[in-house]
Design a binder for this molecule. Structure first.
Ligand SMILES: Nc1ncnc2c1ncn2[C@@H]1O[C@H](COP(=O)(O)OP(=O)(O)O)[C@@H](O)[C@H]1O
Ligand SMILES: [Mg+2]
Length: 295
């Protein structure tokens, strides 16, 4: 089943630099303790529930995965499978019913500047603040630095997303793609341990989405941050991620964990890309008992 696929794929991982040691990945605690750097973030048996008036909605059931420094891990699943709930729990906005989230080995129980979320909505920027003031705001609110340094960090982050000349503009004068670049700059200026992105490009037109994916990967190459990215698009998952956690719906469970490091924006037409996309499609849409070991 899914666990078979996951363990097989874990072994053929071919990561570059800080991830080289992970080729020896094993779930065995003794091997892990000897060879592996500890994961930056561990999601361990996470069950998330919402109590509505009458009944309880279980959003995820015992979801587990590890995020290592420098990873680009994608959570992929259909709408309603608990992706946003997982990000909200990791961001510390909601508590779990069962299981634990650990950052550097310490349990997460609330929001912090070490985990910043970029959302899908274009209205995540307060419209009465200029672009640069929007980027400075969380730095000041979290008291990470004074005004002068906040402005420097904000302008630096805006330069990285190529928006220097819009620093004094107001959000309503920007296109959707530009607003998302401001949201990314605002997150990067915080220098979080983990950058969390919840379908950040889903509301953009196809061409802009593609350009944003390209820019995100270029930023990752330059800055080397750790990314946890949520999407319902198989193609986006393959392009953005170096690993993909495939979630099944109602409640969300880990169906498989796959490698995607060999795919990029330019390979999306290749036979290997299409084969991996088809395989993920089967994992997402076929019943668990049907797939078995078939690959
Ligand atoms: N605030 C909430 N109250 C009740 N149910 C919720 C709430 N937020 C999400 N849910 C339910 O939890 C499940 C997972 O939702 P969500 O995490 O938003 O999924 P996704 O992001 O994958 O679309 C869905 O069944 C959804 O209806
Ligand atoms: Mg969602």
């Amino acid at each position: 089943m899914a666990s078979t696929a996951a363990s097989t794929l874990r072994q053929d991982a071919a990561f570059d630099e800080p991830r080289v040691e992970r080729r020896a990945v094993s779930r065995s605690p003794t091997v892990a303790a000897e060879r592996l750097p500890a994961p930056l973030l561990q999601v361990d048996g996470l069950t998330l529930e919402y109590a509505t008036g009458v009944h309880v909605v279980r959003a995820t059931h015992r979801v587990s995965f590890d995020l290592h420094r420098g990873d680009r891990l994608v959570l992929l699943g259909a709408s309603g499978c608990g992706k946003s709930s997982l990000l909200k729990a990791i961001a510390g906005f909601i508590e779990s019913r069962e299981g634990e989230i650990r950052l550097d080995g310490r349990a997460v129980h609330g929001p912090g500047p070490d985990r910043i979320v970029v959302f899908q909505e274009f209205d995540q920027l307060p419209p009465w603040k200029t672009v640069v003031a929007n980027v400075m705001f969380p730095l000041l609110a979290a008291r990470l630095c004074g005004r002068r340094e906040a402005r420097e960090r904000a302008l630096d982050a805006l330069a990285k997303v190529r928006l220097t000349e819009f620093a004094d503009a107001y959000p309503h004068t920007l296109s959707g793609g530009m607003k998302q670049r401001v949201a990314i700059a605002r997150a990067l200026a915080m220098r979080p341990r983990v950058l969390l992105m919840d379908e950040p490009f889903a509301a953009l037109d196809a061409l802009t989405r593609r350009r944003m994916q390209e820019e995100l990967l270029a930023l990752w190459e330059t800055l080397g941050f750790t990314l946890l990215f949520v999407t319902h698009s198989i193609e986006e998952a393959l392009v953005v991620g170096n690993r993909i956690v495939v979630l099944s719906p109602r409640p969300g469970r880990v169906r498989a964990e796959l490698n995607a490091h060999e795919f990029d924006l330019h390979g999306s037409g290749s036979a290997a890309f299409q084969a991996q996309a088809a395989r993920i499609h089967r994992l997402l849409f076929e019943e668990a008992h049907e797939t078995g070991d078939r690959r």
